[in-house]
Write a protein that binds this ligand. Structure first.
Ligand SMILES: NC(=O)c1ccc[n+]([C@@H]2O[C@H](COP(=O)([O-])OP(=O)(O)OC[C@H]3O[C@@H](n4cnc5c(N)ncnc54)[C@H](OP(=O)(O)O)[C@@H]3O)[C@@H](O)[C@H]2O)c1
Length: 339
């Protein structure tokens, strides 16, 4: 476990270990874990520029004001968009690419518990926000991440460690239980991140499980899940909740620590050098520092069971199958491989 004190010491070094002017994009920064991570980034980075994406203008106004207070030298720019639509993701990315030449950090925490409905583009809403939109953001912004000096990183907040079998007859997860869907999407994410790491070995990719954090995730209408979560969390929530500030601190650590280097050993992209007892993490293939990481809320690797499961998937050429499906969906919806 990475102790909170080590997380905090590492984050305190961002000011000196990383250059001024880092550019970050927080997709899902208007609430919950994304908001908490954005605020820690504002608190810790020197003259950063952070874009944050969501639908709530009201939340954005509040968060912009708070971030400016935390860091008067930073720039905090809201982009309003419904990212469950891939065409809308493309619009956001075009705007970002017009404004920035490079991006250091892409932080993806957009998500919903809405289930069993399709977007107007024919994607299952839950997988649209948890998987398709996130992968489209990465694909579109990958050249900007690759060309960044210093930090180059993608963090997807999902459920690292909760990998399960992938059902190739139902990639969107329209006909499976929510529990099965979680494992399915988490493994699809690992497979897609591994494919992207082949294209961009100088970029780090992280799929993390945030633990149980009291956020707005239950606010979307989903009769069964909302009911289940409300009852369960009323009883056990106070015993297991990770405080939102700690979640923000831990996610900033995931986003900046040299514990998670890219596959190609590029020193300048490695991140904040170690403090305390921190060591380089194992990647999804079981290799030390291998560039794609599936991690628990405490920052540690998810263990041999997940490595074994993913290894079996690679033998079945699952990464290629997932990628083929994903780009086919992107092409169907937008007509192009990239925005
Ligand atoms: N909280 C937990 O205990 C927990 C546990 C395990 C996994 N996770 C996962 O962690 C991720 C983050 O969850 P959270 O707890 O931080 O949730 P949250 O508080 O509900 O925040 C979700 C963020 O995503 C944005 N978003 C959702 N749908 C969107 C859309 N269609 N277009 C644009 N933005 C959209 C929301 O912004 P707007 O409302 O402004 O649109 C908000 O900023 C999710 O994938 C969740 O499944 C959370």
């Amino acid at each position: 476990m990475v102790h909170l004190l080590d997380v905090q010491s590492s984050n305190a070094k961002i000011q000196t270990a990383l250059p001024a002017g880092l550019v970050a994009v927080f997709v899902g920064g208007t609430n919950g874990i994304g908001e908490a991570a954005l605020k820690e980034f504002a608190r810790s980075a020197r003259s950063p520029r952070a874009y944050f994406v969501g639908r709530s203008q009201e939340a954005a106004a509040r968060i912009t004001a708070e971030c400016r207070q935390l860091n008067p030298e930073g720039e905090f720019i809201f982009i309003k968009a419904d990212i469950s639509l891939i065409r809308s993701v493309d619009d956001v990315c075009r705007e970002l690419k017009e404004k920035e030449r490079t991006i250091n950090l892409l932080f993806l925490s957009c998500g919903t518990i809405r289930y069993g409905e399709d977007t107007s583009e024919g994607l299952h809403i839950m997988t649209a926000t948890a998987y398709y939109a996130r992968i489209r953001f990465i694909v579109n912004l990958l050249p900007h991440l690759k060309h960044a000096t210093s930090l180059r990183r993608v963090v997807s907040v999902l459920a690292g460690g909760h990998e399960g079998p992938i059902d190739t007859s139902d990639f969107q997860g329209k006909n499976m239980s929510v529990l099965k869907l979680r494992g399915h999407v988490v493994s699809m994410t690992d497979m897609a991140l591994e494919t992207l790491a082949e294209q961009a070995p100088e970029v780090t990719f992280i799929n993390d499980y945030p633990g149980t954090v009291k956020t707005g995730i239950g606010r979307d209408p989903n009769a069964f899940l909302t009911w289940l979560m409300t009852i369960a969390l009323l009883i056990i929530g106070p015993l297991i909740y990770i405080p939102i500030r700690e979640s923000g601190e831990r996610h900033l650590f995931f986003a900046t620590s040299a514990k998670y280097p890219p596959r190609a050993a590029v020193d300048e992209a490695a991140g904040v050098p170690f403090v305390g007892e921190i060591v380089v993490a194992e990647g999804t293939d079981g290799g030390i520092g291998s560039g794609v990481y599936s991690i628990h809320w405490d920052g540690e690797h998810t263990g041999p069971k997940v490595v074994g499961l993913l290894s079996g998937m690679r033998e079945q050429k699952m990464a290629q199958k997932v990628w083929q499906h994903t780009v086919t969906e992107f092409k169907r919806i937008t007509g192009s491989d990239v925005a």
